[in-house]
Design a protein around this ligand. Structure first.
Ligand code: SF4
Ligand code: SF4
Length: 355
């Protein structure tokens, strides 16, 4: 991951993360989801390999396989292996239902780097069956056998589970040794459904448990404003630093803005990457798509390192969140140290070299 961050900070001319769909079908049907169907067949392995190779040729650092449910693809291990052979990090976004001990060992052997499961509630309900009750056995299998990083995402938002569930899920994930993150449920355009007081309290407690640099930064810079109903001023880099490649091999801005640009991946190149880097997305102020926030944050740090770090430190403090060690170190280097001007000059020079 350090290599991915270093490459992203050094240059803006490649995608940091691509999400690619090997099968649109899903074995579940969560009520809030607009990213699955019940009928489509898996994309052929040859086609998927061509798409992975094309992403590598564009200089992509990380490829996440998503869906639908990617474990429904019969050759998923081969796809993971190809991503790794191309020198990219391989990730898997799954609902976890189809994980078995054997499946986890196969993913280990294929070289999977990271896996994320979203757990929506403690008990299954009409909205979602991605519940801790059903998935806990799968999480225990992962804790015992996975050689890749596992992250459990809980969600807070209107219309999903009892609010306190997000905290129970985050605590269980930590007890099993996994990373955690807490997301805000988004509407069909990527925007936010506002949180009530009870959900805000749960959100605060769950975020306090997720103590990585990215969770802290993402919370302070993006999610706080959204749960307060305020817009974020940021440049969405979707279509450039983040690509969403659907089952038909078309590049879209993200899962919630499918249809634009809708260009076949084999015709997507430096010209499109450059155009979308600076294009203004009208949906950005209230966007809650966390993976795009996170890659865009790297460009904010790359272009204005001292200001971005100061903002991450300040917003966390303002909301009473204790910063993780990495944020404390950056705060010392760029904000409180006697030599902060020197560190700032060095950072500006280092990050801008390859831009
Ligand atoms: S498991 Fe994921 S892809 Fe399937 S319906 Fe639920 S949210 Fe959508
Ligand atoms: S701002 Fe970017 S990531 Fe968010 S919905 Fe719009 S295009 Fe997608």
């Amino acid at each position: 991951m350090a290599r991915v961050v270093a490459k992203a900070l050094h240059s803006r001319r490649h995608p940091i993360l691509a999400q690619i769909v090997p099968v649109r079908r899903c074995n579940l049907s969560c009520a809030y989801c607009n990213e699955f169907d019940r009928v489509s067949r898996p994309v052929s392995t040859d086609r998927m390999i061509e798409r992975i190779d094309r992403l590598a040729a564009l200089g992509t650092s990380m490829v996440d396989l998503s869906g639908g449910e990617p474990l429904l693809h019969p050759d998923l291990d081969a796809l993971v292996r190809r991503i790794r052979q191309c020198g990219m990090m391989a990730g898997l976004l799954t609902n976890g239902y189809l994980l078995t001990r054997d499946r986890i060992h196969r993913l280990n052997r294929a070289g999977l780097d990271r896996l994320q499961i979203s757990v929506d509630n403690v008990m299954p309900d009409q909205v979602s069956r991605k519940s801790l009750k059903v998935l806990d056995a799968k999480l225990q299998l992962l804790a015992g056998h996975a050689e890749f990083d596992v992250s459990i995402n809980s969600v807070v938002g209107a219309g999903i589970g009892p609010p306190a569930d997000a905290l129970v899920i985050a605590e269980r994930a930590l007890a099993l040794g996994f990373g955690t993150s807490v997301g805000l449920i988004h509407d069909g355009g990527g925007g936010l459904i506002p949180l009530d007081t009870e959900r805000r309290k749960v959100y605060d407690s769950a975020v306090a448990l997720a103590r990585s640099f990215y969770s802290h930064a993402h919370d302070g810079v993006f999610q706080r404003n959204l749960i307060d109903g305020k817009p974020n001023a940021w440049q969405c880099r979707a279509g450039s630093r983040y690509l969403y490649v659907c089952e038909d091999g078309l590049v879209h801005l993200c899962s919630q803005q499918r249809g634009y640009p809708g260009v076949p991946l084999d015709q997507y190149g430096p010209e499109q990457l450059e155009r979308e880097y600076d294009s203004v997305k009208p949906c950005a102020p209230f966007c809650s798509i966390s993976c795009v926030h996170r890659v865009s944050l790297l460009d904010e740090i790359r272009t204005h390192p001292p200001d971005a770090i100061e903002r991450i430190v300040a917003t966390g403090r303002q909301h009473g969140q204790a910063p993780p060690v990495t944020v404390k170190l950056l705060a010392w280097l760029f904000v409180t140290s006697r030599h902060r001007d020197t560190f700032r000059r060095l950072a500006v020079r280092a990050f801008r070299t390859g831009s």
